[in-house]
Ligand binder design. Structure first.
Ligand SMILES: *[C@@H]1O[C@H](CO)[C@@H](O)[C@H](O)[C@H]1NC(C)=O
Ligand SMILES: *[C@@H]1O[C@H](CO)[C@@H](O)[C@H](O)[C@H]1NC(C)=O
Length: 461
């Protein structure tokens, strides 16, 4: 009896501590886990926890700053989620791995829930590689989408119903109709110009406009749609469930504090591609950006990082094509199989087309999992080159967001844009908020179960 009681107390205390940790972990690192200008300077852990749970952050919404802000213009508060890359179960998947996949969904969901509650982001961007493989059936794609919507990034019904209804219908995606629409639009020049890409002042994709819901942006990753092996089936289901692959959203265009988000499908820039029209279309998007200079700051969101020399990040320059031995189907032979960076020429063209205003800007990418930060400096000869330091007047920071996956520590990227009223320009700031490997989250769940069993045992006997 004594032993059970003692054990019940011990396990309960440990469980309480681990649970306290997993719900308040950002307070241990408040400096990196807060928006730049909402930072509670030099707060201790306890003060930060108190701040989070005892106060409600009134007046702090998507289009306005909370109290004690130094700027009239609302800060940009973008929470970046690097490559979640969720796995699926196959008939051959071992039971323990199935449990691991199941727990992983809730582990990622826990991080999102804690960070969303703490930070109330205006925007959330998943940096591509939502799922772990482009070679899955529509049925599996829908099942992972359901997990994505209900476990990883749950939102109110008003926001999820449109996709959940579609996923639950579980019919093969109608890529043939989509292909006809796409080819017709391409032929008619419909992708040369803003019509297909232009959004203005969007804080919500729906008409519901709930104040606490961030604008959710999904990027294409190679594991979502492939590289040169991308098919209409890939593109159709991604666009239906996760939105367009190329577009911009402009905010306050024409004012002195104009800024925009540009979302770019970097999987369809370098070929060769089995469907070369995807490359034509994406280059038409880049060309449209070049021909429509934007007087403001740009946040460019894209999956694949820009070209950089070896040694700046974990991944150096690398690309390969499918061979007859490793091609997924004959159609893919000789097409782009993978790359670490965009090619040199592509990088020059895209950076020059997007960052024309000379104003501050930032690039955010995913893909390499490790995370990395560099500057692209514009040389007097007009070449963009990467380095760890600012070396030219015109320079753009590139953030490669570290993956949220447990094996990389459950990190989320916190990007603040703040309009400096004196300098009349935007400044961008990025920090990484680390959590911990998924096992600690598991310990919190198992501890709860054990505590309940042991306490019941101690009471019963
Ligand atoms: C997706 O889920 C449905 C319903 O749970 C199931 O019948 C179907 O077999 C799943 N698809 C795959 C590919 O496992
Ligand atoms: C991105 O995915 C989320 C979650 O599934 C969804 O709510 C949102 O509408 C998607 N974004 C777009 C632009 O479709």
């Amino acid at each position: 009896m004594r032993v059970i009681s003692a054990l019940a107390i011990l396990i309960s205390v440990l469980t309480a501590l681990v649970n306290l940790y997993i719900y308040t972990y950002p307070s241990l690192n408040a400096e990196n886990c807060s928006w730049k200008h909402q930072k509670h300077q030099k707060h201790s852990y306890l003060e930060d926890v108190f701040e989070q749970y005892a106060h409600t952050k009134k007046g702090y919404s998507k289009a306005s700053n909370g109290a004690n802000s130094t700027s009239e213009v609302a800060d940009i508060r973008l929470l970046a989620i690097g490559d979640p890359q969720i796995n699926g179960n196959w008939p051959s998947t071992k039971y323990i791995k199935r449990l691991d996949n199941y727990g992983n969904d809730y582990y990622l969901g826990h991080i999102y829930q804690v960070m969303k509650r703490r930070l109330q982001p205006s925007h959330v961007a998943v940096m591509g590689d939502l799922f772990s493989s482009q070679w899955i059936s529509d049925s599996e794609y829908y099942n992972r989408t359901r997990r994505f919507i209900t476990r990883l990034f749950p939102g109110p019904e008003e926001y999820t119903a449109y996709n959940l209804d579609f996923v639950n219908k579980h019919e093969d995606v109608d890529w043939v109709s989509h292909m006809h629409w796409f080819q017709k639009t391409l032929e008619e020049g419909g992708f040369k110009g803003p019509d297909q890409y232009d959004f203005q002042n969007i804080y919500d994709w729906t008409e519901h406009q709930l104040a606490d819901e961030p604008l959710f942006i999904n990027l294409t990753g190679n594991h979502d749609i492939g590289y040169g092996d991308t098919t209409y089936q890939h593109m159709t289901r991604f666009r239906r469930l996760f939105g367009k692959d190329n577009y911009w959203i402009e905010y306050g265009a024409g004012t002195d504090h104009a800024w925009r988000i540009v979302v770019l499908n970097s999987l369809a820039l370098d070929g060769p591609s089995a469907q070369p029209e995807f490359l034509d279309y994406t280059w038409q998007f880049v060309e449209t950006l070049r021909e429509r200079p934007f007087e403001g700051s740009t946040i460019l969101l894209t999956h694949i990082p820009f070209y950089k020399r070896e040694g700046l990040c974990r991944d150096g320059p690398f690309s390969e094509l499918y061979t007859p031995e490793n091609a997924v189907g004959a159609y893919a032979i000789g097409k782009l199989k993978s790359e670490n960076h965009l090619q040199y020429e592509t990088s020059q063209r895209v950076l020059s087309a997007v960052f024309t205003s000379g104003k501050p800007g930032i690039v955010m990418t995913g893909h390499d999992h490790e995370g990395c930060e560099n500057y692209y400096n514009l040389s007097p000869e007009g070449e963009w080159y990467a380095s760890k330091e600012v070396e030219a007047d015109v320079h753009i920071k590139e953030i490669t967001v570290r993956a949220i996956m447990g094996e990389f520590g459950g990190n989320t990227g916190i990007m603040t844009g703040h309009f400096d009223e004196d300098a009349k320009q935007w400044e961008f700031d990025y920090t990484l908020c680390p959590f911990i490997v998924q096992h600690v989250w598991w310990a919190a769940q198992i501890g709860l179960l054990l505590s309940v069993l042991l306490v019941s045992g101690a009471l019963l006997f």
